[in-house]
Design a protein around this ligand. Sequence first.
Ligand code: DLL
Length: 431
Amino acid sequence: MYNPEIEAMDREKLASLQLDRLRDTVKRCEENVPFYRHKLKEAGISWKDLKSIDDVAMLPFTTKDDLRENYPFGLFAVPTGEIVRIHASSGTTGTPTVVGYTTRDIDVWAELVARALVSCNADPSDIVQVAYGYGLFTGGLGLHYGVEKLGASVIPISGGNTKRQIRMMADLGTTVLCCTPSYALFMAETAQEMDVDFRQLRLKSGIFGAEPWSDNMRDKIERLLNLSAFDIYGLSEVMGPGVSIECEEKNGLHIFEDAFLAETINPATGERLQYGQQGELVFTTINKFGMPLIRYRTRDVTTLDDTQCPCGRTHVRMKRVSGRSDDMLIIRGVNVFPSQIETVLMQIEGISPHYQIIVERVGGLDMLEVEVEVSEEMFSDRIKALEELQQVITDEIESYLGIGVKVKLMEPKSIARSEGKAIRVKDNREI
Ligand code: DLL
């Protein structure tokens, strides 16, 4: 499934393929989606004006609000009769966003996920346990069809029932595990309770994503689960998992540029940034028919890197997502991403990898509190050792972030575990 003709394509040739696909996409949007017809007219631009791939910067943005305002099917570019699958975001913060796929879209998606799996050392002989949730969430079904396309065996176990997950892993000889990184940690803990030793299992690769995680968390997961952990990124609006994936270098995620045009912008001004500058990630789909999107603002913060990767792939890489711009906490004027706190915590001995961040406003002042779970061994230790540990964590976070923090040590297993996307932050400030 590794297709060097596409993935290691000469960049000039790639730009020409992208331009053809971009023009075709914008043409279809103009012809079939009233929302885009109006928006493009307002911006005074048509698909015919796109003469080079950089002209994408002339196109208007699409936002999550646009999707909500056109709920449910307003952005579909084909008649609903041609849509064969619908996914939707959870909609916990408002109207859900709905996405529709044609038969061709599903096929392209499966192909991209199969390519992503190969990038994580999977091949047709593998047994892949898909423990992302199946349903409206794109994680389960997205990975599922990619595994089948690759010709490997899929265990469609979905999320939850963690003891059964471990049992299946052991009995069926799972070689590749797909789930959120926070769920992988929960599995490690459950296996330990069941006296299952990961060194006796056959796991070789883990394909973890759907939420931000740090390199230090990777080290922890790799050690606990005895596998090689890869970061997979995607979002339902643009497709689902498989928009980008790490290769064996684990130094950024290659974006499948034959299907998605990536840019980063300054989120405040909308100005396009250079490669190497951190900003908000923006995608234009160029190989999608059901619901193509033009310059979709993801809110995810990252940096694009167009330098040559030793793996041979020529597609640009994005750094691991540090968080969503709307997850960024502003504490007394300082920008804080939960992933920064995670980076610090994962390096400290004596605590478990489960944590919770709480923000309060006390007397007009923002207070950052981090609840950290003490490991079993440490918990039975002397009070003095615990006090020292608490001080170490406080000092480390404060020196990393440059702001004061209150650290609360918690009993083992007292912080809620996640079977899907972990909720790390409780922001109790009133806006
Ligand atoms: O989370 C799709 C997915 C499923 C990706 C399985 C990877 C694996 P949504 O539910 O629409 O789709 O959420 C998309 O999740 O905009 C990011 O903020 C975040 N996200 C996804 N992957 C990563 C990652 C799926 N590897 C939103 N690192 C995105 C950091 C991620 N954040």
